[in-house]
Design a protein around this ligand. Sequence first.
Ligand SMILES: Cc1cc2nc3c(=O)[nH]c(=O)nc-3n(C[C@H](O)[C@H](O)[C@H](O)COP(=O)(O)O)c2cc1C
Length: 348
Amino acid sequence: MGALELASRFTMAPLAGYTNLPFRLVVRSLGGLGLATTDLVNGRALLTGSRKTLDLIETCPEDRPYAVQIYGGRPPELADAARFLVEKIGGGLASIDINMGCPVNKVTKGGGGSAMLCQITSAVELVRAVVEAVPVPVTVKMRLGWDASQITAPHLAREFEEAGVAGLTIHGRTREQGFSGSVDIEGIRRVVQAVRRIPVLGNGDVRNLTDAARMLGETGCAGIALGRGALLNPWIFHHLQRWDTTGDPGVPPTYLRRLDFMRDHFAQLVRLRDERFACLTFRKMAAWYCRMLRPGREIQQEMVMLHSVSHFDSLCEQMRPALEERDTHPWHETQVPLNLPSGPIAHW
Ligand SMILES: Cc1cc2nc3c(=O)[nH]c(=O)nc-3n(C[C@H](O)[C@H](O)[C@H](O)COP(=O)(O)O)c2cc1C
C-alpha cells in the first residue's frame, strides 16, 4: 500500500471495543497478520486530547505494523488529526485509515462514517486533505453505498485513487444493511475493477478458508480484512497466510491451546490496563470465546458477569477437564459454530 509493504495480505478489520492493543498483541503473537488497525477514533476528540480517545490509539513497539482509523466530516480538522498522529506516534505509524463505513448515528450525524458515501465531493475533499497533510500512506475503509439505490463505492474508489490513497478496504454491504444479509461479492468485485493500481481489500463474512478463497477468487481483491472471523478464530491469519504461501493451512489449535490463548488475552488486558477494565472488556468478549470453547451455559453465564482475576482463573480451571476430554477426539472445522450475532450494532 504505497510505500508500505505488508508481510501478509490478511489484515485485521477494526471492531470498536474489541481490537484494542491487548487483543492486537495476542493475535500478532500467533503470526500471519499483515496489518492491524485501531478502533475508529474521532478526529476532533484526538485534537482535544480526550483521555478515552488517546487510550484508543495506545500502541507499543510489538504492535507493528499498526494503523489508526479516524473519522470526521470536516477536512481541515481530519487533516489536523492526521498530523497529530504522525507527530505523536512517529515511525510506529504505518498508515492512517479513514472510516467511511460506520453506520452508527453518533458517527454519521457529524458527516463522518458512512454519511460520506452520499457526498462524493465532500468525501473526496476530505480524503485529499488528509493525504496532503501527512507523509504516511492513507487508506479508506468504506461500504458499498448508503443503500441499494445509491451504490457509490466504485465511483468513490476511482476518485480516492486519484486523490492519492494507497489502498482501500471494502465491506460488501450497504449502510442500510447494517450487518444483515450476506456480503455482496459482486459489489466488491466492481470496486476492485474500478481502481487502476491501488490494492483493494475485500471485507465481510470471511470466517474460514473456503470464504477466503471465494473472496479472493471471485472479486480479484488483493487481500482480505477480517473482523468477526478473528474473534471466532484468532488463528485465522496464521492459517490463511500459511495456506496462501504453501497451500497448506496447517493444523487447527487444540481446545486447550484456545484456552491458553484466552488466558493470554486476559493477562494482557490486566497488564496493560487494570483488573476492572479487563473484566468489563472480557464480559463482552465472553460470547465469542464461548463460541470457540463451548464451555457450557453455566460457565458462559459466569463469564458475562466476570468480576476479578481470581474469578477468571477459577472459571478457566472449571473449563479445563471438559476441554481436555474433547481434545482426545479429532478436531473438525465444523465444530466452530459459524452463526454470528445479528441485528443493530447497538446490540453488539
Ligand atoms: C462490533 C463491531 C465494531 C465495529 N467497529 C468498526 C470500526 O471501529 N471501524 C470500522 O471501520 N469498522 C468497524 N466494524 C465493521 C468491521 O470492521 C467489518 O467491516 C464488518 O464487521 C464486516 O467484516 P467481518 O464479517 O469480517 O466482521 C465493526 C463491526 C462490528 C461488528
